[in-house]
Each structure stands twice: as C-alpha cells, then as structure tokens.
Design a binder for this molecule. Structure first.
Ligand code: FE
Ligand code: FE
Ligand code: ZN
Length: 287
C-alpha cells in the first residue's frame, strides 16, 4: 500500500496530529514541531507523544516526517543567525527523535549576500556539527530539492550532491524530492520523470531518497516560483491551476521505487468543508 499523508497540525500534540491524519485516510504524515515561520517550541513533555504513538500503532500510521521551520538558514552569512540556525537544528533533531520520527526535512539554505560556494561550505559545516553531536542513532537530515527562487541552494541535483559529498556520516543524510520544486526548478517531471530519476541516480544515488513531497505547481516548468497547486486543480481553483497535472503525479506516486517512501501532500488548504487532503489522498490511491 502506498505510504501517503499530508502536512497536519501539531496544535493538539502528536495525538492530535495522528488523529487528523487518520481522518484523511492517511497512513503517514508530516508536522512542524511549532509554527514554521518561527523558532518558539513547546517542551517535548507537552507533545502527547506516547498517546500519539499508541494511536499510530493502532491505526497503521508510520514513517512520519518532521519539517524544520523554513526560517532557519544554514547558509546564513551573519554569524549570529548562522549560530542560531545550527543550534536550532540540533534541538529540532532531538525533538524529531523524541517524537519517534526518523526524518527531519530541511531546506538547505540561501546564500543571500555571499556566494553559492560559501553557502554550500556553511551548510556542510552546520550539518556535520549537528550530526557529530547527535551520533549514529540520530534521525536522518533530509535535504529538500528547492525551486531556486532567490539565492536558494538545492535547486539542482548537483548542488545537493556537493552538500552530501561534504557530510561525514552518510547514513544520516538523505534527500526529499518535492514535485513542485523539481518542476519549478526546470526538471521535466511531466513527460520525462524517468530521465529525471536517472539523472538523480547518476548524480546522487536513488538510495538517498527518503521522503517525497507531492504537490502541483501553478507555474510553468522552470519558473522558479514555488507556488504549490492542488493536485489536478483546474482554472476555477482559487489558488490556481496545476501545471503538472494529475496523470504525471499519479505515475510518479505509483513507481515501485517509491513504495515505502513517505509521500506528503503540501497542497493548498482551502477550508475544512472542502477537506482537500482527504480527497487528494483518495485520488492518489485510486479510490
Ligand atoms: Fe519544504
Ligand atoms: Fe516541500
Ligand atoms: Zn514549496
């Protein structure tokens, strides 16, 4: 059975998150441990972890994913911002482990006023610093492929490869493929996903793929915009029409190579009544 879920809220702790995922027909899910745009976090003891894990076990939900807040920038040029990012990543990795998740998805970073090379060097140093403290039993830091807006690092497989090459503990590093970001970054995932995957395999190695983000895109291939669309959304969708298309997404999701990989929807949430996550999960499962 495909491992599909969506981003869910942690406001009710891990138990609330698991219950929300179950209500969508999901068998995995992704959470931010707090607001994605800040670094304020509740203590681990308040996250209802045991109750959440019991619920997950009883409802066949597994391989859950944590997403680090997108404001932490491991390529930051300002020394204090950089230090803060490294320290926060360490704490986030601890929380990921406490929750029982093996995957912490991280945006590699943005080099802002420095250079791509400097940015990559900083990211490598930060991840090695954190993994060195956390050791082999640490969850995997999963680098997300980015759309390439602004000075974002990770817009192509080669940049991700350069980061991975610098990581000392290779068992603790992985990659998250985001369909919207691949498309916006210029990869032809609509008609040539096999070639894209082959290029990934030659550059990095498919074994590094640990998580998938399944999203449509409201922009054309190569637009570098990063605006997610609902799966197969038409022009009447208030958040925009999907330019990837449901057929391409379904083909990707059903590739045997992704069988045991958690696939997470980050498509726009319209409102509770529409409950698009439930619909989109059913769509992908083919019911
Ligand atoms: Fe992300
Ligand atoms: Fe994503
Ligand atoms: Zn995105």
């Amino acid at each position: 059975m495909l491992k599909i879920g969506s981003h869910v809220s942690m406001s009710g702790g891990l138990l609330g998150a698991a219950q929300e995922a179950f209500s969508y027909g999901a068998n995995t899910f992704m959470i931010y441990t707090g607001a994605p745009q800040n670094t304020r976090r509740s203590p681990i003891t308040k996250l209802k972890i045991t109750e959440g894990q019991e619920f997950m076990a009883a409802h066949d939900i597994s391989d859950i994913v944590v997403h680090a807040p997108y404001i932490i920038n491991l390529a930051a040029t300002k020394e204090d911002t950089y230090t803060l990012a490294k320290e926060f990543l360490k704490l986030e990795l601890d929380r990921t482990k406490a929750i029982g998740s093996n995957y912490l998805v991280v945006h590699p970073g943005a080099y802002t006023s420095s250079s791509l090379n400097e940015g990559i060097t900083k990211i490598i140093e930060a991840i090695n610093f954190v993994l060195d403290i956390s050791g082999q039993s640490s969850p995997i830091i999963v680098l997300e492929t980015m759309s390439g807006k602004g000075t974002e690092i990770g817009k192509n497989f080669y940049e991700i490869k350069r980061i991975i090459d610098g990581i000392t503990i290779k068992n603790n590093i992985g990659v998250c493929l985001d369909t919207c970001h691949l498309h916006d970054g210029g990869y032809d995932i609509v008609d040539n996903f096999e070639n894209v995957l082959e290029e990934f395999d030659k550059t990095i190695g498919v074994d590094y793929i640990k998580v998938m983000h399944i999203n449509g895109s409201i922009n054309i291939r190569g637009a570098r915009k990063d605006r997610h669309a609902n799966l197969g959304a038409d022009k009447d969708n208030p958040r925009g029409e999907d330019k990837i298309g449901l057929e391409a997404i379904k083909r990707i999701v059903n590739m045997p190579i992704f069988n045991n990989i958690p696939m997470i929807l980050e498509t726009p949430w319209l409102d509770k009544k529409t409950n698009l996550y439930k619909k989109e999960i059913a769509l992908l499962r083919g019911n």
